[in-house]
Write a protein that binds this ligand. Structure first.
Ligand SMILES: Cc1ncc(COP(=O)(O)O)c(C=O)c1O
Length: 428
């Protein structure tokens, strides 16, 4: 089928609110590491798709899935060394206290389960979330995702959800030039805790580096202080590592480690299956015990043999190919080169990130920080025409999001920067 026919068929058969990337959609038919190929054989450098963490169709992951699929694929009610092995390998990457795993099929399911665990442990419901956060697509997760419930089609937050300002030192309520800014952001959490009255706090959930919020790195000590306040109010702390885990940040394997904190529950998704649907929740023995309240937990596909074989292969690949340190060196060179563009292009308001998790915020005016939303969209579409895939994010969709598969190289980075400079020049 031609691309136009595929598009027409999709419009007929699929829900219209499934969005399609780029004004000129791409029909991708094949992927290999950091490259994607369309129906006309054109190659694209993928600088956006973090799910293909170790690379699109990485041979080791493909082989693990194929082999296990030919042997057995069943559920967690039967004993299997694969699931134990996967859990042991995952917990070995985490702080000592996080030792009990649950496996599901997506980041959304994992966050849902994390909330159930938190509620079982605290017998409380109220949750503190960051503004503009996104945690998944279920009813409850829309409730705790301001990005969705405050956006088009949303109906706001229920009374048990308390959102606090996103601690964004570039665009947020308090900025980098205010030495009190980090403390002021923490103060909002304190105020929520103090305002609860008879309601009780279940916990706090945040991405370690809010991604939909615009590739934001939290101020130093923010999480340490927030975790401490939440815990003193009886709540538990959930780290959504769906986008930030598995070495992407470069300096650390997990995003939360960069802040020197240890969450009570960690939520994993996207990269851990390299495209195969796997989600996981890892928690303390105490919280897992509270959840073990007589009601069985079962997920038909969660933790199946094929998923575990794939999950192990992905994790081994990350560790054995040294992808975390690769991300650190390639990412820091890329960050440096992107920062050099700031002197040349007034439209670049901020460049931030770590490892292969980077953001370039475009503004119409550096003083007012008026978001350059249409310009960002135009850049992404022009880059796509030049064979480089990027996306936008942030509350105003004016942040260019760079989050490639981890095999992305320094020369890929150079190509990206060169093309970005050319595109920004053409933008005028
Ligand atoms: C931070 C974060 N948490 C959770 C999810 C939900 O994951 P999934 O789409 O696999 O359900 C996403 C998906 O974009 C996400 O970015």
């Amino acid at each position: 089928m031609t691309k136009a026919e595929t598009l027409a068929r999709r419009r007929q058969l699929l829900g219209r609110n499934l969005s399609i990337a780029y004004q000129n959609p791409i029909k991708i038919v094949r992927g290999s590491m950091q490259y994607l190929y369309d129906d006309e054989g054109r190659e694209y450098l993928d600088a956006y798709n973090n799910v293909a963490h170790v690379g699109h169709c990485h041979p080791r992951v493909v082989q693990a899935g194929q082999q296990q699929m030919a042997v057995l694929n069943t559920n967690t009610r039967y004993l299997s060394d694969l699931i134990n092995d996967y859990a042991a390998r995952l917990t070995a990457t985490l702080p000592e206290s996080l030792k009990v795993c649950f496996f599901v099929n997506s980041g959304s399911e994992a966050n849902e389960l994390a909330l159930r665990l938190a509620r079982a442990h605290t017998s409380a419901q109220d949750l503190i979330v960051l503004d503009y956060a996104y945690h998944g697509n279920t009813n409850t997760l829309i409730d705790i995702s301001p990005y969705k419930h405050n956006g088009p089609g949303g109906h706001g937050a229920p009374s048990w959800v308390h959102s606090v300002p996103l601690p964004d030192l570039y665009r947020g309520h308090y900025k980098a030039d205010d030495p009190e800014a980090p403390e002021k952001y923490v103060q909002h959490v304190n105020e929520v805790v103090e305002s609860l009255g008879v309601r009780r706090l279940c916990g706090f959930i945040a991405e370690s580096m809010p991604s939909v919020g615009g590739q934001i790195f939290l101020p130093e000590n923010y999480l340490r202080k927030v975790y401490s306040r939440v815990r003193s109010a009886g709540g538990i702390c959930i780290a959504d590592e769906v986008q930030t885990g598995y070495g992407r940040i470069g300096t650390h394997f997990w995003g939360f480690e960069t802040y020197g904190v240890v969450p009570d529950i960690v939520v994993l998704g996207k990269p851990i299956g390299n495209g195969h649907p796997i989600g996981a929740v890892i928690t303390t023995a105490e919280i897992a015990d509270s959840f073990n309240n007589g009601m069985e937990f079962f997920s038909t596909f969660g933790g199946n043999n094929v998923s575990c074989a794939i999950g192990i292969a992905v994790l081994q690949t990350v560790l054995e190919e040294g992808l975390q340190s690769h991300a650190e060196s390639v990412g820091s060179q890329l960050l440096q080169k992107l920062r050099e563009l700031v002197t040349e292009f007034d439209i670049i308001g901020d460049v931030r990130g770590s490892g292969l998790f980077l953001g370039v915020e475009l503004v119409r005016d550096r003083n007012t920080k008026e978001p350059a939303t249409e310009e960002a969209s135009s850049v992404v579409n022009k880059m796509r025409e030049q064979g480089i895939l990027l996306g936008t994010d942030g509350p105003f969709h004016n942040v260019l999001k760079i989050r490639p598969p981890m095999p992305f190289t320094s020369s890929d980075g150079d190509r990206l920067v060169e093309m970005l400079a050319k595109t920004l020049t053409e933008l005028g």
